[in-house]
Design a protein. Sequence first.
Length: 236
Amino acid sequence: MMGRPDLRHRAVDEIEQMDEPGCDPRKLNRTYAQFPLVNAVVAGWRGVYRNRIRDRLAGDREHTLLDIGSGGGDLARAFARWAARDGIDLHVTAIDPDQRAYNFAVQRPAERVSYRQAASSDLVREGQRFDVVISNHVLHHLCTEETAAMLADCERLANSYAVHSDIARSLLAYRLFSIGSLPFSPGSFIRPDGLTSIRRSYTLPELRDIAPPGWSAESDTRLRNLLVREFDAGHA
């Protein structure tokens, strides 16, 4: 039988294998290549786009969206596709400070998507602004201070709305992913790193405890949490 992991506290000292500088590049690229399917099943962004973001992109003008920590760029490309199907003029900027992620992403060009090897703080220094700012499964990678810094960056980068989605730490999430990720296990980091991600992730009360003023921690499903902030029209 599957053992019962200790999920009482965040496993902040555990490191995901793909974050190791010397990890197997073939396994890393295979992991990036598997993210589109895994994120489509696990991350739930189609519903977030439909229910929380699409209506904010209304109007006959170009809109902009920033994806922080974009990895292989699959979510950025998905947002561009969804917006195009809805007749929305959206340009997506996907940033990741990891050169390996950037190198993988640029090999998969897509209309209305730009990739950059950069951190959110780099874009703040440049004075960049975006209508919507998002991140997927980034929060659990960060310590409390790094989370506060990224959210402060988002307050300077987002004109209208920011939403960060992450796994909700629970035994249900751990066991479902442990079983569901078995087909992805050979030759990639999807399964071991996904289980580490769950152990590193926040419960909803923990996320509420670290949310700065103005930010709201919400449950998207039993398996996902959202950290969101809506900005006034005059926000600058």
